[in-house]
Ligand binder design. Sequence first.
Ligand SMILES: Nc1ncnc2c1ncn2[C@@H]1O[C@H](COP(=O)(O)OP(=O)(O)OP(=O)(O)O)[C@@H](O)[C@H]1O
Length: 247
Amino acid sequence: MNTLNPAITLRNVTVAYDRHPAVHHVSGCFAPGSLTALAGPNGAGKSTLLKAIMEELPLAEGSIDRGGLSVRDFGYLPQAAEIDRHFPLSVADTVMLGAWREMGAFGGATRACAQRARKALLNVGLEGFEARPIGSLSAGQFQRVLFARLLLQDARVMILDEPFTAIDARTTADLLAIIRDWHRDGRTVIAVLHDFDQVRSTFPETLLLAREAVDWGPTEKALSAANLVRARAMAEHWDENAPHCAA
Ligand SMILES: Nc1ncnc2c1ncn2[C@@H]1O[C@H](COP(=O)(O)OP(=O)(O)OP(=O)(O)O)[C@@H](O)[C@H]1O
């Protein structure tokens, strides 16, 4: 992995659907090599913010500085519900998609790449699953495959949207260990999480979002009782039809 790691800086980021803001005036910086949980109530704008960072949604206002990297340099795990598992792809092919840049558009899988895919599958506990169609996997096994794909992609920035939803404790522990390894390697990791115990045990930084940033900094401070009460109160008063910048 290239050790030159960029900061991702948000300046007054506002994202709206049909002119109704889902993320409002968020500013701050994911420092190089930081490990940040993105937390907040349902509808707080967490997925929306990740999609904006990944350029899947346009900004209504503000800017995002990716430190000279393109989103194609980022590893991205969308929410499970957004991933189509009906493609007739094998586990090995799915993992090797993580190396598409090395393979080129028509290059096909190199032997080295297939070897790395096997190693990545070993790392996520799926040795021997190479030929299985992805449609036949359990939710937890499929999540392991997606982590193997990220391992192959070897990106300096990893963006994960609810990586542990509907995943059992054993798989969650294994995948959290991979996230800790990424952090030790100096990668920048941002993950949407709902389990505050997981956040407190593994994520040094937290952005607590309730459409606006309630707090962004060291996890213990960001997830203080007062901040959580504030985030919940903000969620109770959301007006889904509020116009852009009414707040
Ligand atoms: N495609 C869309 N069109 C219109 N509104 C949307 C769309 N996607 C999300 N929203 C709205 O934007 C707001 C933020 O949604 P988002 O999915 O970003 O929240 P979240 O914090 O990720 O929530 P959760 O914890 O429930 O996954 C919600 O009010 C949601 O209804």
